[in-house]
Design a protein around this ligand. Structure first.
Ligand code: LLP
Length: 436
């Protein structure tokens, strides 16, 4: 017991697991995800949203992190699943996820993807444009099936976040423009269909948001649309999906409890509907990052250390941009801990570099660390969302394994890629085989 205690004081513990042992056991780079932390977030959504407000639903935006095991965790917590591609839908199907709880998004779903969604009876298709609407009509009539849809609208709100992840602004590739003629003709067109049932509307303002005003503005816009459609056409909006986007803590921002976001959303809906004399529709939220972002870390082994006197010390890790493109793409900031030296005074500032042939492959600028050496284990925190799901094989780096910690016990839910995996789908045309 004393031994384990001493041991525990030496290394960084993540959800009851010694991260240095995890690195030794499974190798690095390694994604580590905590089932309990994911479940805690889902339960907070249940307690502070679903149980507090009647007539509400929540779905997990699977683009943040999706594996078969993740589908099972989300199903177990009773949440729905937001998918945006045939690949995400396929994963959910293979995990036996209840199809009526699937919401299918995307600004350019293919005919095949829509066919797959209709054939599998997904709960909602969030239609983004007229092209999609026509394909859907065609598919439904040939499969003789009815579908329930929402229209995604562009709420014309500028989310206060990185420009690459705002989506609700007027000049956006997403959603049906709010101009009366366009949105109303979409509604009229669909109400004539015998296959497509329009349940309501969806918007998504952006991602990694902290300001509640973005949501309240978008809701005001949606309510206005609902009012117009009711007055002009008697159309009753049964559902309003307010998207995801709830921000989490990466460095110094505080992660807000879910009620910080949903209380504002619900208040704005209630006020808006009361003023417009409308029945409050079913409200749906679909966070991704908020559920999984803080539930994951990435472990790396430190390698080359390059000190440029009076300039900077670069410390390279055995992964980088291919397993976490967010710093290069969005100037995203991360916190990290030298997992095997948590009790040593941090008195040096270094820059954590990835191993890619790419100047932008820097994971963390100016990280405060103790005296470090090659072989130390670095734990980068809050990498649960949009790391594994955005990973690539750039420079032919095999993608890391994912270890899931369940009640203190780790197990691999995604195997590490091998070199063989890298060439598995390749072939050499015959005229090149005997190349001299
Ligand atoms: N619903 C819709 C329609 C979305 O487009 C998104 C995210 C979400 C829900 C979930 O957003 P969340 O709650 O995770 O913020 N790769 C970027 C994030 C892109 C998010 C795109 N859409 C990143 O790494 O920051």
């Amino acid at each position: 017991e004393i031994q384990t205690k001493q041991h525990h004081q030496k290394n960084f513990i993540f959800d009851h697991c010694d991260t240095v042992e995890l690195a030794n056991q499974y190798g690095t780079p390694l994604y580590v995800v905590s089932e309990n932390l994911i479940r805690e977030k889902c339960r907070a959504i249940k307690e502070e949203f679903l149980m507090k407000y009647p007539n509400t639903k929540a779905a997990y935006a699977s683009k943040a992190f999706l594996t078969l095991a993740m589908c099972k965790i989300i199903e177990g917590e009773g949440l729905g699943l937001d998918v945006v591609s045939g690949g995400e839908l396929y994963t959910a199907i293979q995990a036996d996820f209840p199809m009526e709880k699937i919401m299918f998004h995307g600004n350019n779903k293919s005919y095949e993807e829509l066919e797959m969604a209709v054939a599998n009876n997904v709960g909602r298709i969030i239609v983004d444009n007229f092209f999609e609407l026509e394909m859907l009509e065609d598919i439904c009539s040939s499969q003789k099936k009815k579908v329930n849809i929402l229209f995604r609208i562009t709420p014309e709100v500028e989310g206060n976040t990185h420009s690459y992840i705002t989506t609700g602004q007027k000049d956006s590739k997403f959603g049906i423009p709010l101009q009366e003629k366009i949105i109303e003709s979409a509604v009229i067109q669909v109400t004539k269909s015998s296959y497509i049932d329009l349940k309501g509307f969806h918007f998504h303002v952006g991602s990694q948001l902290f300001d509640q005003q973005s949501y309240t503005k978008a809701i005001a816009t949606a309510v206005k649309l609902m009012e117009t459609l009711y007055i002009k056409y008697g159309f009753v909006t049964e559902e309003l999906n307010t998207g995801g986007g709830f921000g989490i803590n990466y460095t110094n921002e505080e992660t807000m409890p879910i009620h910080y976001f949903v209380d504002y959303i619900m208040e704005a809906i209630e006020i808006g509907c009361r003023e417009a004399n409308l029945k409050i529709p079913t409200i749906i939220i679909e966070p991704g990052r908020w559920i999984v972002g803080e539930a994951g870390i990435t472990l790396y082994t430190l390698g080359a250390i390059k000190e440029i006197p009076e300039v900077r010390t670069y410390v390279s890790v055995d992964g980088g941009l291919p397993d976490n493109p967010r710093p290069a793409l969005y100037q995203a900031k991360y916190k990290a801990i030298v997992a095997n030296k948590i009790n040593e005074a941090a008195d040096k500032v270094v820059t954590i570099a990835g191993k890619c042939c790419e100047t932008g492959d820097i994971l963390i600028w100016d990280l405060l660390v103790p005296t470090i050496e090659a072989g130390d284990i670095l734990a980068v925190l809050n990498t649960g969302a949009y790391n594994f799901s955005m990973a690539s094989n750039y420079n032919r780096l095999p993608r890391p394994a994912v270890a899931l910690i369940s009640d203190g016990e780790p197990q691999v839910i995604v195997e590490r890629e091998t070199y063989q995996h890298l060439i598995e789908r390749e072939s050499i045309p015959s005229h090149l085989i005997n190349n001299k």
